[in-house]
Write a protein that binds this ligand. Structure first.
Ligand SMILES: Nc1ncnc2c1ncn2[C@@H]1O[C@H](COP(=O)(O)OP(=O)(O)O)[C@@H](O)[C@H]1O
Ligand SMILES: Cc1ncc(COP(=O)(O)OP(=O)(O)O)c(N)n1
Length: 272
């Protein structure tokens, strides 16, 4: 007997420390019972203290990985993370169009928590013009939304205005994450804009250094839920609960920004 298995593809960079990038994405897919596949864009030497080295792959190497999946396994949803340069962005956009993939979550990764640049500055334009029009959901944090819109963003009203501007680039849904905005009175508030209405997803902000990979984990949880057929507000609701659990029960690893706990959400569901 065969059962329909939801599939998700992540196109992103490798984090040797396992907290962000491809590793965080695949752990999240697995926890949410989605079959995970990957196309690696760059290898990073990274731990909780920072990024030591970045080794991008060629655009052809990225294309080849995506085509290996597109020509055989197929996917129900796609997530993009660290894309590093405009050649890779253009190749990824072409492949998404070629296979007609519509459930595309673009996490416009730019700068790691330690300050390393994961997207060349000259590639921001390609991100805006080539990839955002293909995004079913785009999930910027505040600094990324500032780089994409040119606005300075503080507070919910500014985040809503930025979300409107990001939707003007062609993204069908914008989830503007509030992790970096400390003006939210002890809460972490993410704003979803669907081109018409705004939704707010709130949780208690936790004081912790273990937040490495929160954005990757959150966006891959959205991707996993879209792959299963949920709509965007439902997918964001699950992702918010997933990341909150992952932050609340840290693993205590590393000396810097430690990874979050990808087991916590399911442990909580099982009542452990
Ligand atoms: N200290 C925190 N406590 C609770 N939730 C947080 C905290 N920091 C981030 N989040 C949540 O984690 C997710 C990722 O947000 P953010 O940190 O802004 O992204 P990024 O990792 O891309 O910088 C969002 O849902 C955000 O609200
Ligand atoms: C390989 C790789 N991809 C993405 C990131 C950034 O991840 P993010 O979830 O935004 O978390 P922080 O780096 O901000 O903690 C990364 N570091 N490495």
């Amino acid at each position: 007997m065969s059962t329909a298995i939801a599939r998700a593809l992540t196109i992103a960079g490798s984090d040797s420390g396992g907290g962000a990038g491809i590793q965080a994405d695949l752990k999240t897919f697995q926890e949410l019972r989605v079959y995970g596949m990957s196309a690696i864009t760059a290898v990073t030497s990274q731990n909780t203290l920072g990024v030591r080295g970045i080794y991008p792959l060629t655009a052809d190497a990225v294309r080849s990985q995506v085509e290996a999946i597109g020509d055989d396994l197929g996917t129900d949803a796609v997530k993009t993370g660290m894309l590093f340069n405009d050649e890779i962005i253009v190749a990824v956009a072409e492949e998404i169009r070629r296979y007609g993939w519509s459930k595309v979550v673009v996490d416009p990764v730019m700068i790691a928590k330690g300050g390393a640049s994961l997207l060349l500055e000259q590639a921001v334009r390609a991100m805006k013009e080539t990839l955002l029009p293909l995004a079913w959901v785009v999930t910027p944090n505040v600094p990324e939304a500032e780089a994409l819109t040119g606005m300075t963003i503080s507070g919910i009203a500014a985040r809503k205005e930025a979300a409107r501007r990001l939707a003007d680039f062609g993204a069908k849904h914008v989830v503007l994450k509030g992790g970096h905005d400390l003006s939210d009175d002890g809460q972490a508030i993410d704003i979803l804009y669907d081109g018409r209405d705004f939704y707010e997803f709130r949780s208690e902000r936790r004081e912790t250094r273990h937040t490495h990979g929160t954005g990757c984990t959150f966006a891959s949880a959205i991707t996993a839920e879209l792959a299963k057929g949920r709509d965007v507000p439902e997918a964001v609701e699950v992702a918010k609960a997933f990341i909150q659990a992952a932050i609340e029960y840290p693993l205590g690893l590393g000396q810097g920004h430690g990874p979050t706990n990808h087991w916590a959400y399911r442990d909580q569901e099982r009542g452990r």
